[in-house]
Design a protein around this ligand. Structure first.
Ligand SMILES: *Cc1c(COP(=O)(O)O)cnc(C)c1O
Length: 353
């Protein structure tokens, strides 16, 4: 039933058949080995709890999903598709763990890295000449720049580069890169997909079967498999993604409205969708640290996409790009009431000395 809305798919896909005594949800399969002669054989090759999660996320993104132990394990599996010495083009504003991994591979001579400004589409496409892969996130972390996925994809494909989009911030409910021509989508399911800040998991979704098979092989060979328990929880979270996203976005828009003329803020950045807002506090690192140290509801913590609102000054991480303002604080908007979140934040901003 391909006409179903994504909200319906998120709830109905990946379930056992509607038959007497079948559970509604695929149970947690704790198994290292299976009786020989079937499809599964061994716990590193497959698990029904992974498969249920993969059916749902794959249906939402429009491709074949391979779950992995973390978002970074998904990144690693995808980068393993680049032949030794291949050129990888990536935005300089990317998730720090991705940049660290790319730099690590570049330092070891495994890839040649070309970092670009994602907002300059012509420059990104020009950098794809001779490249094996164009990798990007949109919106970017934490600058929240938005890319024209279809334009970058067709430009990169003209140079013969594989196109990978990290869709963690947007989620498949707001952006479907495979439908815009991308070859692979990467997710940190740790974030909005699972949504409760209680697990680490990742996934890759491939548009074509050949890439999917290569990635399944990477998972079996590399061993970065998710646990059955994490897969169960991630799917449980994914079932409610649509309502969580709708509410958190409504709150994010309200916060943006109320914060936009605050005298303590130099900038409020929000791409109009997703649960992430970035604010730039006047007074740099010191003022931003005063903010993150003085709220009652907003929790000073890294990561994003949970039901609880968190925030952090991104440049507290040494690996964050130095083109990100020192006073930039990334907000992950959760499900608390918008008034309470706004009051807490504005009181803390007002109190900065
Ligand atoms: C968190 C994150 C990752 C890494 O995922 P893990 O699950 O932490 O390994 C990759 N990309 C983006 C955009 C992220 O936010």
């Amino acid at each position: 039933m391909s006409h179903l809305h994504p909200e319906t798919v998120a709830v109905t896909a990946g379930r056992p058949a509607h038959e007497s005594d079948q559970p509604l949800n695929v149970p947690i399969h704790l198994a290292s080995t299976y009786v020989a002669g079937g499809e599964l054989e061994y716990g590193r090759y497959g698990n029904p709890s992974w498969a249920a999660f993969e059916d749902v996320l794959g249906a939402l993104e429009g491709g074949r999903c391979i779950s992995l132990a973390s978002g970074i394990a998904a990144t690693s599996a995808v980068l393993d598709l680049v032949a030794p010495g291949g050129i990888v083009v990536a935005p300089r504003h990317s998730y720090t763990g991705t940049i660290l991994q790319l730099e690590d591979r570049a330092a070891a001579g495994r890839v040649v890295l070309r970092l670009v400004d994602l907002t300059d589409a012509d420059a990104v496409i020009a950098a794809c000449e001779g490249a094996a892969m164009l990798w990007f996130e949109s919106p970017t972390n934490p600058a929240l720049e938005v890319a024209d996925i279809a334009a970058l994809t067709s430009g990169a494909h003209a140079h013969g580069a594989l196109v990978v989009v990290d869709n963690t911030f947007a989620t498949p409910l707001r952006q479907k890169p495979l439908a815009q021509g991308a070859d692979l989508v990467v997710h940190s399911a740790t974030k909005a997909i699972s949504g409760h800040s209680d697990l680490i998991m990742g996934a890759v979704i491939a548009a074509d079967a050949a890439h999917a098979e290569q990635l399944v092989a990477r998972r079996s060979l590399g061993g970065a498999v998710p646990s059955a328990f994490e897969a169960f929880l991630a799917l449980r979270g994914l079932r409610t993604l649509a309502v969580r996203l709708d509410r958190a976005e409504a709150t994010a828009r309200e916060l943006v409205k109320r914060l936009s003329d605050h005298p303590r803020l130099e900038q409020v950045r929000y791409p109009g969708f997703s649960t992430v807002v970035s604010i730039v506090v006047r007074g740099g690192a010191e003022a931003a640290d005063a903010l993150t140290g003085s709220t009652k509801l907003w929790i000073h913590a890294t990561s994003l996409g949970g039901v609880e609102s968190t925030f952090e000054r991104r440049r507290r991480w040494a690996a964050e790009a130095d083109t990100i303002p020192a006073g930039l604080v990334r907000l992950s908007v959760g499900l608390e009431h918008a008034d309470d979140l706004a009051d807490d934040l504005i009181r803390a901003l007002d109190a900065i000395g």
